[in-house]
Ligand binder design. Sequence first.
Ligand code: SF4
Length: 232
Amino acid sequence: MLKVEAPGGVGEILLHACCAPCSGAVLECLRDSGIRPVVFFSNSNIAPRAEYELRLSELRRYTDLLGVELVEDEYDHGAWLSAVRGLEDEPERGRRCEACFRFRLRRAAQYAASRGLPVLATTLASSRWKDLDQVNAAGCEAVAATASGNTATLGTLRGGTASEAQRWGPTQEDVSGGSWPLPQHTTVVFWPQNWRKGGLQERRNEVVREQGFYNQTWCGCEFSRKQNPLNQ
Ligand code: SF4
């Protein structure tokens, strides 16, 4: 398994995760590299809600297995639709996807800052269907926006255990039902690791098979579902 080093050699990061299939090999790699992730599920792009819950439950099944903390962001598909308004007919890898990555990663960057986690990474580009440059640009922009105080408006979260919350700083109330921002604030850097290299692309597919993950046939939003011939 590939060994990686996070920026600054830190041992704890926030990992924005889009789904279980894209996260399996990344989480293994982090574990084997001695890096502890807090997994942040911020994916208001996914529709319908039942699909969102299915992807979340598959990811939770795996993080529970690994003993990794999972925090669920608020689901607000209406806000996400506003963020991509006018871009509905864009193809995948187009401008709608850029706006979608920015929407999700800004929330993740703000959460990382609030939790005092200095590094943000994402599983978004672990799929070969995603444009690595688009994801990395959105990640860099997200941490810059957070540093400049131009942050997302965040609401109620679900997740985190009392013991995890104690370890990471905020109280359980802060993590699972409190208001933003949490008191701690840290400058966050984006980690543009290519999670397809070093055998991780192959391992991704193996973990999907081993764990029997639900493996969706469209990216997430209703527009990608319509555009995928498998769903027509
Ligand atoms: S296709 Fe995927 S990345 Fe692009 S806008 Fe839809 S959900 Fe977001």
